[in-house]
Design a protein around this ligand. Structure first.
Ligand SMILES: Cc1ncc(COP(=O)(O)O)c(C=O)c1O
Length: 395
């Protein structure tokens, strides 16, 4: 019994993914849980986007669309990528998917043969690992650490290259770490990719959510990269549209027909109403993106100040909406800390292990609740940390 599905199921159930399910179950039996777990903010989709969705439904957007996505939306995606310093993609080289999440699996199935090596920074976004697992590719984890603020470097990539290296995944800004690879380093990493003929999957879904002077360099815009890069993104994060399920990927002409066909087989097309709403998001007023970014920036400061006061170190969050904190500093492993914080403090955060972390030291805290709720979460965390530290001083 060794088909791919069984192996995927084993990986999901027997490795660390089951922790999320277990925490969700625990949370469902508890009152007033402050959820800083999933990457799904409390923010509502901006009103003009909701209206566009409603109008589209009233106008009959209840059918399948062009399998690759509405032509208008693919044009808007092309313009949006280019206007933010990215490459210029022809609409024929863009596929709209039910969330960027599904795109990861399409890309993996289209690019990886058994034994091919997929290089991925670790900790990283776990569905990439599951997608590679499904294809029986070999996962090559590039271990990052807090000493370098979890930033990937060209040297680290180079040290993991073998003759079977095929795909490099870059998630920038990072999830779960919230760190941004400096643009010059992205350039150096791309030089390595060209030297070793790698395909780069560049996950830029958090690119609009960066803080201070940080900037996430679009990979395909760099010289010689568009022909070997698949850019993956979506509207979920920048426009508070997680539930609409619209993402996309864009890539070179030689790869896209096969990938588009796999997408078609999976989904036929992405939901019509979601696509019309995404079109309104990308072509309508953009102030909402800045408002969303500022909201996360404020929450980030509050959470970081609270962690400082508790003596819990964290990677400097430079983008996305997560704080990756070394909760093991409190004296217990991160998985235990998260479980205790949930059962004793009714605050849900996720241990780094579910993002492939090779230590049990870190937890990801999402900035998905309001400032008052984050402040309340910090008060509850303080009391759990206090109990743990007292126990430690007794033993
Ligand atoms: C790094 C990264 N990429 C892609 C996605 C997929 O988002 P969606 O499927 O909502 O487009 C997520 C979701 O959390 C993510 O964190």
């Amino acid at each position: 019994m060794t088909n791919a599905r069984t192996r995927l199921a084993q990986r999901v159930l027997l490795k660390d993914q089951h922790i999320v399910t277990r925490m969700m179950e625990l949370a469902s039996g508890l009152p007033d849980v402050i959820k800083l777990g999933r990457g799904d903010p409390d923010l509502d989709t901006p009103a003009h986007i909701i209206r566009a969705g409603q109008e589209a439904l009233a106008a009959g957007a209840t059918h399948y669309t062009n399998p690759m996505g509405l032509p208008e939306l693919r044009q808007a995606i092309s313009d949006n990528i280019a206007s933010h310093g990215g490459a210029r993609y022809a609409p024929e080289n863009i596929v709209v998917t039910p969330g960027g999440q599904q795109a990861m699996f399409i890309i993996a199935l289209g690019l990886l043969d058994p034994g091919d090596e997929l290089l991925i920074p670790c900790p990283g976004y776990n569905p990439y690992l599951q997608a590679a697992e499904l294809t029986e590719a070999k996962l090559v984890e590039i271990r990052m650490s807090m000493e370098t603020n979890f930033t990937l470097t060209a040297e680290m990539v180079r040290a993991h290259i073998t003759p079977r290296s095929k795909v490099l995944v870059l998630i920038n800004p990072g999830n779960p770490t919230g760190t941004v690879i400096p643009p010059e380093e992205v350039e150096r990493i791309c030089e390595v990719a060209k030297e070793h003929d790698l395909i780069v999957v560049s996950d830029e879904i958090y690119a609009r959510i960066v803080y201070g002077d940080h900037r996430a360099q679009p990979v395909a815009a760099l010289p010689g990269m568009q022909e070997r890069t698949i850019t993956l993104s979506g509207v979920s994060k920048a426009y508070a549209m997680t539930g609409w399920r619209v993402g996309y990927f864009a890539g070179p002409s030689d790869l896209m027909p096969a990938l588009a066909e796999i997408h078609h087989a999976f989904a036929i097309s992405t939901s019509a109403v979601g696509q019309w709403a995404a079109l309104a998001a990308l072509t309508g007023p953009q102030e909402c993106v800045e408002e969303i970014r500022q909201t996360f920036d404020e929450r980030r400061r509050v959470l970081c100040a609270g962690l400082d006061a508790l003596g819990i170190p964290y990677a400097e969050p430079e983008g996305a909406f997560y704080v990756y904190a070394r909760v093991a500093e409190t004296g217990v492993p991160a998985t235990e800390f998260c479980e205790r914080l949930l059962t004793e403090g009714q605050v849900m955060i996720f241990p780094g292990k579910i993002y492939g972390d090779y230590t049990d030291d870190f937890a990801r805290m999402s900035l998905t609740q309001s400032v008052p709720r984050i402040e309340e979460a910090l008060r509850r965390m303080a009391s759990v940390v206090e109990s743990i530290r007292q126990e430690q001083s007794v033993t």
